[in-house]
Design a binder for this molecule. Structure first.
Ligand code: HEC
Length: 111
């Protein structure tokens, strides 16, 4: 009886840990892969963000101008302008689901 409840408890603890690490992952991905240009807060007030003139994603007007599917394509395939790469694609590093989660993450950025 004792062993069974211990196993059940371990299972619950594991489920919680997995849930917590999943929730942290999108923010972690953002910080690790995106924040150097886009800023942790999405305002792009970083050295690279300013240099590349990255838009402020907390600006409601910028948010309104972006489309979810175009955002996803940008994250997966990168952003090019006149044949020059402005942002690389993350297809090889992040799964499509992780990229979708990043779109949702950007959508909830607030000024
Ligand atoms: C080397 C700098 C750099 C890094 C790193 C970077 N980006 Fe970008 N990103 C840009 C630039 C430059 C643009 C185009 C200008 C703009 O949107 O303001 C852009 C555009 C975007 C767009 C807008 C696409 C659209 O619909 O207009 C999204 C969404 C985006 N990035 C998400 C991300 C995510 C998520 C990551 C991390 C996985 C990331 N970026 C990493 C530089 C970067």
């Amino acid at each position: 009886m004792k062993t069974v409840s211990k196993i059940a408890l371990a299972g619950i603890a594991l489920a919680f840990t997995a849930g917590a690490s999943f929730a942290a992952t999108t923010a972690e991905n953002w910080e690790n892969s995106c924040a150097s240009c886009h800023g942790v807060d999405g305002k792009a007030q970083t050295k690279q963000g300013k240099k590349l003139k990255v838009r402020d994603y907390t600006d409601p007007k910028v948010q309104a101008a972006m489309k979810d599917d175009a955002m996803l394509t940008a994250i997966l395939d990168g952003v090019k302008e006149n044949g020059k790469e402005r942002m690389k694609g993350y297809k090889g590093e992040l799964s499509e689901q992780e990229c979708k989660d990043l779109v949702a993450f950007i959508r909830q950025l607030k000024p």
